[in-house]
Design a binder for this molecule. Structure first.
Ligand code: SF4
Length: 372
């Protein structure tokens, strides 16, 4: 365990028990079309063939721009939508999003924490009433006195003490940070095995973000919860998460430890994200140029979906989707720059010139399906 210069605490031990696993998860949403029928029959390729494992007591960051599919993926993990293809396993057992005991267990043990805490509360219900509803669902046999004690304990776990100071308040009487803590307390009522935190601090003041992230870190460690931290902020992923997966246009394009992905980013999209994050210490010549916009997910680009924006694109990039290349121990990138040939070597040299010392300069090994 280390404390970073920003005050975040990071676990650097090896992954533990796999709790939640996505295998080749794909989600296509049908396009309704306009009143004249245009667009009907087409689909939005929101998430395409994504595999990811979440481990007990470990934080995994899922990073990407708005519209990259990361929130949709979190909702698929929560079984809020049926999958188009692929499967989700909770503790090794397949989850079926159509009901049954396993489905009910899944939705209770896998808890979503949303970006906007104000939007996730009933504005005319007191905090006590909101929490009591969750406690009643998950502690059916508890007496009224026991339920009240559970609420007090939940608030204590998220550092809101004394409980009486919060329970009789309405959501609008609390700050965003306090309300986000209460939404975490509500999720804790279910004794979750997984937190899916979708931009949990993006709507909060900068001054209180660190406190909420450190609370999530503490709960993850103490309760052995697996945490997926969905964010557009790759800098916070570096300090907060052990592992980082990068998503672009519905696909994972890079995965590794947060240290590897942020300090030795292999994929040009990851490099672009890092380069776009504010960093006064970085020289302008080390910024990766951005030459476009995220693509339409109705008609995504052929080959590598990043090729229209990529400063290092080669001819094959538009024709053939790249496989995953292992570029370091436990780190892979879906990019032709790591192929073992002269054209790719020239691309890597150009990448290293632009990206500086953090760039990976050697060819990778194609990763067989199921590995890493
Ligand atoms: Fe760029 Fe080609 Fe790599 Fe895609 S595969 S990121 S277009 S170099």
């Amino acid at each position: 365990m280390t404390t970073t210069e920003t005050g975040m605490v990071r676990n650097e031990t090896a992954p533990g028990v796999a709790v939640l696993e996505a295998r080749h998860v794909t989600k296509e949403f049908p396009v309704r079309g306009n009143p004249f029928g245009r667009g009907k029959g087409r689909v939005v390729h929101a998430v395409d063939d994504v595999s990811l494992v979440l481990y007990a007591g470990r934080i995994t960051a899922l990073v990407g721009e708005s519209g990259s599919g990361k929130s949709t993926f979190a909702r698929l993990l929560a079984a809020l939508h049926p999958l188009t293809r692929g499967e989700i396993l909770f503790k090794g057992e397949k989850v079926d999003a159509r009901g049954g005991r396993r489905f009910r267990e899944h939705v209770s043990r896998v808890q979503l924490i949303l970006q906007d805490p104000f939007g996730s509360f009933n504005p005319v219900a007191t905090i006590a009433r909101t929490l009591m509803r969750a406690v009643r669902i998950h502690h059916r046999t508890a007496s009224p006195a026991r339920r009240k004690a559970i609420i007090d304990d939940l608030l204590a776990q998220v550092s809101l003490r004394p409980a009486a100071q919060f329970t009789q308040k309405y959501p609008h009487e609390l700050s965003g940070g306090q309300l986000q803590r209460i939404s975490i307390a509500r999720a804790l009522a279910a004794d979750p095995a997984v937190f899916l935190a979708d931009e949990p601090v993006s709507s909060l003041d900068v001054s209180i973000r660190l406190g909420v992230l450190n609370l999530l870190r503490k709960l993850t460690e103490e309760r052995g919860v697996a945490l997926l931290y969905v964010t557009h902020d790759i800098a916070s992923a570096r300090y907060f998460a052990e592992d980082t997966a990068v998503m672009y246009a519905g696909q994972l394009v890079e995965h590794g430890s947060s240290e590897q992905v942020t300090q030795n980013a292999a994929h040009p999209y990851t490099q672009l994200l890092i380069s776009s994050a504010p960093d006064p210490s970085r020289a302008d010549e080390n910024r990766v140029p951005d030459i476009g916009q995220p693509p339409s997910l109705i008609n995504p680009p052929s080959g590598c979906r990043f090729h229209p924006r990529c400063p290092f694109a080669m001819e094959r990039c538009a024709e053939e989707a790249p496989p995953r290349f292992a570029v370091d121990d436990g780190q892979w990138a879906r990019c032709w720059l790591y192929a073992d040939d002269d054209e790719a070597a020239a691309g890597r040299a150009q990448n290293a010139r632009l990206h500086g010392t953090g760039a990976i300069r050697r060819a990778g090994r194609p990763v067989p399906d199921g590995e890493l």
